[in-house]
Design a protein around this ligand. Structure first.
Ligand code: SF4
Ligand code: SF4
Length: 243
């Protein structure tokens, strides 16, 4: 009989996620946020006490060009990257979900891109909430999830489960006095107010302004993505002296 301890389910899942191309992995305890989760996505989500959060980083050289976001070539390249990162996340999410299900637990995989309320730019479940509770980053003044290593240059997907996985803990916000995302936004969609879980997102972000701007860009350029708030954040910015 082997004396080596069997790896925990979290260790096994993290190894698998990273081998499949994920850059970040964490587990969130959802029990403290279940009312919020059910208000956003529905009562059927209450049975999931854990969220596995996986992140795949974007390519720096592509994000670094977003200051030229009026150039269709720049925005098409960014859109293609965004889509391929989302596909990879969905693929990794599916395989992790199947692995957890094989162990006898319930799973519900939330795809990387899942806007179900286009007015509020919201999905069934907030990937940022899972990543934040898992300790992968903090929610910045841009309402994006800011990771210590890659800033907001990461996309996320989530697997909800009732498996009793060991969860991480949230980390402190490190925006401090920075307001670069507030200043760069062409429609001033951010108020500059720091994240507070007890306040609605509207206190910090006017989703309508962002959505209208993106719609106009879509009519003009064929693609609506803007991405200036991702580009400008000093956290994870490889080239600190960008224009
Ligand atoms: S994507 Fe562009 S318009 Fe929307 S909030 Fe970010 S900077 Fe503003
Ligand atoms: S640009 Fe500055 S204020 Fe905005 S999210 Fe990044 S660190 Fe926070």
């Amino acid at each position: 009989m082997s004396l080596l301890a069997k790896p925990s389910m979290e260790t096994d899942l993290e190894k698998m996620a990273k081998e499949l191309g994920a850059d970040l992995f964490g587990v969130a305890d959802l029990t403290i946020a279940q009312d919020f989760v059910c208000r956003q996505g529905g009562e059927y989500l209450r049975k999931f006490s854990r969220a596995v959060s996986i992140g795949v980083r974007l390519l720096d050289a592509v994000v670094d060009e977003l200051y030229r976001h009026e150039d269709p070539a720049v925005i098409y390249t960014y859109t293609a990257l965004y889509d391929s990162v989302n596909s990879r996340l969905d693929h990794v999410g599916l395989l992790l979900a199947k692995r957890i299900q094989e162990k006898g637990y319930q799973v519900y995989a939330i795809p990387a891109s899942q806007t179900v309320d286009s007015d509020k730019l919201m999905g069934v479940f907030s990937h940022k909430l899972a990543a934040n509770l898992a300790g992968l980053g903090w929610i910045g003044k841009s309402c994006l999830l800011i990771t210590p290593s890659y800033g907001p240059r990461v996309r996320f997907a989530t697997i909800l489960t009732d498996a009793p996985l060991k969860a991480g803990s949230p980390i402190d916000e490190k925006c401090n006095d920075c307001i670069e995302c507030v200043d760069v936004c062409p429609v001033k969609a951010f108020t500059g107010v720091s994240f507070n879980p007890s306040e609605p997102r509207e206190v910090r972000f006017n989703a309508h302004l962002c959505r209208s701007y993106r719609k106009k860009r879509e009519e003009k350029l064929g693609e609506g993505y803007c991405g200036l708030c991702v580009y400008v954040c000093p956290h994870g910015r490889s080239n600190k002296s960008l224009p």
